[in-house]
Design a binder for this molecule. Structure first.
Ligand code: ACO
Length: 338
């Protein structure tokens, strides 16, 4: 999506803190070997995933989101009353309505914040980031809390080996701000979002909405679980992640050599390697943690960014490139000076 407001002076927006949360329970590849016809070798070779986290039965998407949000606010030094916008990216909301963002608002006591959810699957966090940047850049908000949280274990068919080995649960959050309190020249330099709605059928949860309402029969047929044509998705993921990142690099004029770290969507190591090779980014500049958590959809890239920053993989002033891809199809990228 092009930035059509170039002539207007926008307020600078910086990312001032991140946080993440994953549930305690680990589900390893050898656990999955006992559940479906698969092997640790197949999963590691085809995806790079070794284990994933599974939320407790009574642990909600908003609980994970709240935990991640509190850590991000602590890192940012942001008080609940200062937050004027909360956006939660999720495809596994607590109920369909009200929004998960409203539950988070109540949990953290952010009484001055507007709150709503965004649905863009694995691209959700960067869609939320771009939305918040527009609000802040136009002076409609000063401090935004953006979160991606997913309880994918709830919508996975645990009898389908082609999908159940891929996903996990978790949440990540970031605080964005303009004005005083921004250190140095930290900034969201640019972001890109896009979609191709002609390919909705490659990856979807068919049932439970208005198209295929919940009925006993639909539940029996597991239409409330993820259905995916993985092979096709793989090709689209590589193409769109590469194109989105390249358009961002071109638009910002960033020299690819000046990118300190790439934090991609954590779906499949082979996708990450194919995309970053095409961008000419060496492996040592790419952050990968999918071996520990699998694909946590929209949460994956912000959990990864939080871990990368806490591990010192990027320092103040460094440029980090994030790039994601997901159901919709949707894609997104962002260049951030830390
Ligand atoms: N264990 C063992 N065998 C398996 C498993 C499994 N868990 N899953 C599938 N297979 C078998 C298939 O049945 C097939 O067998 P066949 O040749 O006898 O028919 C064979 O392995 C090859 O299957 P493919 O689907 O062609 O395997 P592929 O190499 O494409 O890997 C995968 C599958 C990992 C899903 C890959 O296509 C992929 O990662 N695609 C991207 C999709 C993705 O990341 N989705 C997540 C959500 S979207 C997003 O986040 C971007």
């Amino acid at each position: 999506m092009n930035d059509l407001t170039q002539p207007f002076k926008r307020l600078p927006v910086a990312l001032i803190g991140t946080g993440s949360y994953v549930p305690e329970r680990r589900l390893t590849n050898s656990d999955l070997e006992k559940m479906v016809d698969t092997t640790n070798e197949w999963i590691v070779e085809r995806t790079g995933i070794e284990e994933r986290r599974i939320a407790a039965p009574d642990e909600k998407t908003s609980d994970m989101a709240t935990n991640a949000a509190r850590k991000a606010m602590e890192a940012a030094g942001a008080r609940p009353g200062e937050i004027d916008l909360i956006i939660v990216a999720t495809i596994t909301p607590d109920p369909f309505t009200p929004s998960t963002a409203c539950y988070v608002q109540a949990n953290i006591g952010a009484v001055n914040a507007a709150a709503f959810d965004i649905s863009a699957a694995c691209s959700g966090f960067l869609y939320a980031l771009k939305t918040a940047v527009q609000y802040i850049g136009c002076g409609q908000a000063r401090t935004a809390l953006i979160i991606a949280s997913e309880k994918l274990s709830h919508i996975v068919n645990w009898e389908d080996r082609s999908t159940c080995v891929l996903f996990g649960d978790g949440a990540g959050a970031a605080v964005l701000r303009t004005g005083t309190g921004i250190e140095g020249d930290s900034a969201i330099l640019a972001s890109d979002i896009g979609a191709d709605g002609t390919l909705t059928d490659i990856l979807l949860v068919p049932g439970g909405g208005s198209a295929i309402p919940t009925t006993e029969e639909n539940i029996h047929e597991k239409l409330y679980t993820v259905a995916m044509r993985g092979n096709e998705l793989f090709r689209h993921a590589v193409q769109h992640m590469k194109d989105s990142a390249l358009s961002l690099i071109k638009r910002t004029g960033i020299d690819p050599n000046d990118i300190a770290l790439v934090v991609p969507h954590q779906a499949n190591l082979r996708i990450i390697n194919a995309v970053t090779a095409r961008l000419g980014i060496p492996p040592e500049k790419v952050f990968v943690n999918l071996q520990k958590y699998g694909n946590t959809s929209g949460a994956a890239c912000i959990i990864a960014l939080d871990e990368a920053l806490r591990a010192g993989r990027a320092k103040k002033g460094d440029i980090v490139l994030m790039v994601t891809f997901g159901a919709g199809l949707t894609w997104s990228s962002a260049a951030i000076r830390i």
